[in-house]
Design a protein around this ligand. Structure first.
Ligand code: PBG
Ligand code: ZN
Length: 329
């Protein structure tokens, strides 16, 4: 028999011992639920590539927010499908735009909810790009003004946090300036600082009707091969006044999350995107994976890599699993 001094297995013998030495915890406070607001009344349309995710009319958004709050979730992020799209994304900053209505409805239905508004143009432009397009090019500086206007209108509607996701250079600074100029110094900016041009956004574009009509998003979203550039993006957003940094997608980019965590002291968010959700769902539906365990394992890994906040379509299922305590027994 070997004479082993160190036996890591000792602390793994029983569930309560394992729970005691668990290094990373996932809690409902970490989770943010995405919701998609659409026109109409009593609309609840399931997204074909995302079972369990719906396009909801504003009345249904209110119900969903109240039930999320009752379930123990305290934050959500809103996306909008406008009545009509145009070249200038006017639906993004309309006083009575779909997201602005949804924000007010959530505030009434669940007053304590932290309301995050995704700030981008792709859901509102006819061409589906995240910025203004001229001669087939996505223009940076021309887009900033519209993004800033959108953020201010979301703040006016009652958003606590605006989350610019267009990947335009200078968007955080432009939005911070505009918010301050409109007396919204107290509204925070959660920057999609490190957003990769990922094939994992496919199902989201079904949900939000935001497939680009031509080309792709590689002239503004990042190349998946780049890590140093991610630090540069985060540096810039930090300097421009971001309150929260985000890395997106999450699971394939845990190394990037860890590097951002080690380098910045700001709160850090990760977005477990539509394709990450759809992959687990599809495999689970075919009986290839244990959905709840894979869900908790991926979410815990994202926390372990350094995320404080996780935006996930699994938010509801995760709070349910957490309150049953199954992960510690
Ligand atoms: C809009 C936006 C996207 C996502 C969040 N905000 C789509 C995109 O960039 O094409 C992706 C979210 C997901 O896939 O779940 N800019
Ligand atoms: Zn966009």
């Amino acid at each position: 028999m070997p004479d082993l001094l160190h036996r890591p297995r000792r602390m793994r013998q029983r569930a309560p011992l394992r729970a005691m030495v668990r290094e990373t915890r996932l809690a409902r406070e970490n989770l943010v639920l995405p919701l998609f607001a659409c026109p109409g009344e009593r609309v609840r349309r399931e997204v074909s590539s995302m079972p369990g995710v719906y396009n909801l009319s504003v009345d249904e958004i209110a119900l969903a927010a109240a039930s999320a709050y009752d379930a123990g979730l305290s934050a959500l992020i809103l996306f909008g499908l406008p009545e009509k799209k145009d070249e200038t994304a006017s639906g993004a900053y309309a006083r009575n735009g779909i997201v602005q209505q949804a924000i007010r409805a959530v505030r009434r239905a669940a007053p304590e909810m932290v309301i995050i508004a995704d700030t981008c143009l792709c859901e509102y432009t006819a061409h589906g790009h995240c910025g203004v397009v001229r001669d087939g090019q996505v223009l940076n500086d021309e887009s900033l003004e519209i993004l800033a206007r959108t953020a201010v209108s979301q703040a006016e509607a009652g958003a606590d946090i605006v989350a610019p996701s267009a990947m335009m250079d200078g968007q955080v600074g432009a939005i911070r300036d505009a918010l301050d100029g409109a007396k919204f110094e107290h509204v925070s900016v959660m920057s999609y600082a490190v957003k990769y041009a990922s094939a994992l956004y496919g199902p989201f574009r079904d949900a939000a009707g935001s497939v680009p009509a031509f080309g792709d998003r590689r002239s503004y979203q990042m190349d998946c091969a780049n890590a140093r550039e991610a630090m540069r993006e985060a540096d810039l957003d930090y300097a421009e006044g971001a309150d929260i940094l985000m890395v997106k997608p999450a699971t394939p980019y845990l190394d990037i999350l860890r590097q951002v965590r080690d380098r910045f002291d700001l709160p850090l968010a990760a977005y477990q995107v539509s394709g990450e959700y759809a992959m687990i769902k599809a495999a689970a539906e075919r009986g290839f994976l244990d959905e709840e365990r894979v869900m908790l394992e991926t979410l815990t890994s994202i926390r372990r890599a350094g995320a404080d906040i996780i935006i996930t379509y699994y938010a509801h299922q995760a709070v349910r699993a957490l309150s049953s305590g199954s992960q510690n027994r």
